[in-house]
Every structure is written in structure tokens, then in C-alpha cells.
Design a protein around this ligand. Structure first.
Ligand code: ADP
Ligand code: MG
Length: 303
């Protein structure tokens, strides 16, 4: 029996409920802690996390479900639990990395993982070169901090691309310019990785006329069979990011699978519905196996 804490802002969310159910079904004790409402004692030699006026108990493991909008405070809470000796399913450092598209892509590129041709810029002094450097129109332009498909734009012509980039420059945003993988046909592949294995995968197809496959944008998901190269790419991407549990999103390009992004709090609802797999159970099982062996996390509590 383990004492497990799920860090989540909302206990009614599908993913939170499923993880709680799975942990209880496997005989563990579970607390759901609202990340933003706990506070920390950081100055003493005995670090603690307090909630409702009481210190929280020593947890064997924590499952961080940190939304993109609370990354800063959320990762600090995870770090505090790491300092207290709890095993975190994903380390705070790895979560921080995954929230920054530029940092993530640099890490993946360093490991030789397939990526779409991508340029990054803030105030490029030569917009035409930025566009032609990734192969010219059509290109996809993204805001660095976007999620759920918002801030992702397809520019059909170089002229349109220049206009969009200028507009983003006007609001002083960090942007990413990427080759458009047309052959993906408005679909991407979500690979759900747990403990270095792809445990479930789904294909998400954008609504008719929509190149973005996000379920929040009206996309639909179905079970998909991965090739061995796709499987290996997803596992390598999770490894490069240092994430034990994550969603790796791939595009099927004519030059092989390319990684678009890696999500450190992947939702369970879409993937469990599309694949009929008990992903929540696999996450709890992973924690049990990890806890039964001395773990080899490298960056614990080190920023
Ligand atoms: P977000 O973080 O907002 O989900 P993504 O980078 O995942 O942003 O882009 C949203 C969707 O747009 C993807 O799921 C994919 O379907 C589509 N997309 C993004 N980049 C490309 C690209 N380079 N080529 C083709 N489609 C893309
Ligand atoms: Mg996405």
C-alpha cells in the first residue's frame, strides 16, 4: 500500500477521477490536492507542504497534473515534494522543459529525433529568410505559448506568412515558423508513453477543412496501429525530455515521423475512449514498479 497524492486543480476532471479510482482499486490511499491552494515551508531544514492549515503527510508518490496556466507555481510545489523525498511521476524539471516549445525542440533535436523543419524568432531582421529557410509557403506559424490549437496558423503564401509574422512581432510574441506537413492530412498521432513504453496510441483527425487535429478544435480520435519507427520515436522523445508519463504528438511526414510536441499532463479521456485501454491503471502500476526498485532519477530537487 502506498500513500499517493494527485496534484490537480479539480477533482471532478476525468483524468483526476480515473487516476484516483485506479489507485484505490489497486489498494492505495489517495489524496487529491489543489496545487494552487497548498503553500510551502521552504526555509526550514524540514521542508513541508501545508494545506488547510495542516502539514501534508509524507507521500510515497505524487502524480502531478499541472495545467499550462499554473506551470510556475505548480512546478514549485512538485519540487517541494521532491525535496521531501516523494517520488514524482514526472519531475518538476521535466515538466518545466515540456512547457517551453523552443526548449523542448532544442532538446529533441540534440538527440537526433525527427522534427519538422522549424525556425524560431522574436524580432527577425529578415522575415523572408526566416520563411524560405524552412522551405517557403505553405508554412505553419505558432505562438510559443499557445495550447489547444489556439495560436497555430497556416499561411498558404509567403505574403500571408510575412503578414502574420509581422502581426505577431507587433505584439512582441515569440514565434515558431514550421514547414507545413501537408501529407499528414490534418491528422496527428498521440502516443501515450508510460515508463519508456507506448501503452496506447490514437489518431486525431481534424474537423473537415481544419488542419489542426486538436480535440478541442472539433477533431475526432480513433485507435491507430503504430509502425516500429513511430514507436521508437515516441519513446526516444519521452526519454530526451525526461518524462515518465507523457503524450508525444507525431505527424506522419513523407520523411518519416516528426515530433510536434510532448505533453507532460496528457489527458486520459480521449485516449481511453479511443483505445479502450485502462491507461490510469498502467500509470499506477508504473509507480508501484518504480517504488519497488531504488529509482534512478537524476535531477531530483536540483532546480
Ligand atoms: P498546440 O500546442 O496548440 O496543440 P500544436 O503544435 O500541437 O499546437 O498544433 C496544433 C495542431 O495543428 C496539431 O495537432 C496538428 O494537427 C496541426 N499542426 C501543427 N503543426 C503542423 C505542421 N507543421 N504541419 C501540419 N500540421 C500541423
Ligand atoms: Mg498540440
Amino acid at each position: 500500500m502506498m500513500k499517493i497524492a494527485i496534484l490537480s486543480r479539480n477533482k471532478k476532471l476525468y483524468s483526476t477521477r480515473r487516476l484516483e479510482e485506479a489507485a484505490i482499486a489497486r489498494g492505495h490511499e489517495v489524496d487529491i490536492i489543489d496545487t494552487l491552494h497548498c503553500y510551502m515551508d521552504i526555509s526550514s531544514n524540514k521542508p513541508s507542504v501545508r494545506f488547510h492549515g495542516e502539514p501534508l503527510p509524507q507521500y510515497d508518490a505524487i502524480i502531478p497534473r499541472i495545467g499550462a496556466s499554473v506551470t510556475f507555481y505548480g512546478t514549485a510545489v512538485v519540487r517541494q515534494f521532491e525535496m521531501m523525498g516523494s517520488f514524482s511521476v514526472n519531475e518538476s524539471v521535466a515538466i518545466s522543459r515540456s512547457r517551453d516549445k523552443l526548449r523542448s525542440m532544442q532538446l529533441l533535436s540534440r538527440k537526433g529525433i525527427g522534427l519538422p523543419r522549424t525556425g524560431f524568432a522574436h524580432s527577425p531582421d529578415n522575415i523572408k529568410d526566416l520563411i524560405s529557410n524552412v522551405g517557403g509557403a505553405p508554412v505553419v506559424i505558432k505562438l510559443l505559448e499557445g495550447t489547444q490549437g489556439i495560436g497555430v496558423v497556416l499561411a498558404d503564401t509567403n505574403k500571408a506568412a510575412e503578414g502574420i509574422i509581422e502581426a505577431f512581432m507587433g505584439i512582441k510574441a515569440n514565434i515558431l515558423v514550421q514547414e507545413y506537413i501537408k501529407e499528414a492530412g490534418g491528422a496527428d498521432i498521440r502516443c501515450f508513453v508510460v515508463g519508456g513504453k507506448v501503452v496506447a496510441a490514437m489518431k486525431r483527425q481534424g474537423a473537415p477543412g481544419e488542419f489542426r487535429s486538436n480535440l478541442h478544435r472539433g477533431g475526432s480520435a480513433t485507435l491507430v496501429k503504430l509502425t516500429s519507427v513511430e514507436r521508437a520515436t515516441a519513446v526516444a522523445a519521452a526519454g530526451a525530455m525526461g518524462l515518465n508519463v507523457c503524450g508525444v504528438d507525431l505527424l506522419r511526414s513523407s520523411h518519416g515521423p516528426v515530433v510536434m510536441e510532448v505533453n507532460s499532463s496528457p489527458g486520459l479521456e480521449g485516449i481511453e475512449a479511443a483505445t479502450s485501454k485502462d491507461v490510469a491503471n498502467m500509470i499506477i502500476e508504473f509507480i508501484e514498479n518504480k517504488k519497488s526498485k531504488p529509482h534512478s532519477t537524476k535531477t531530483r530537487g536540483n532546480g
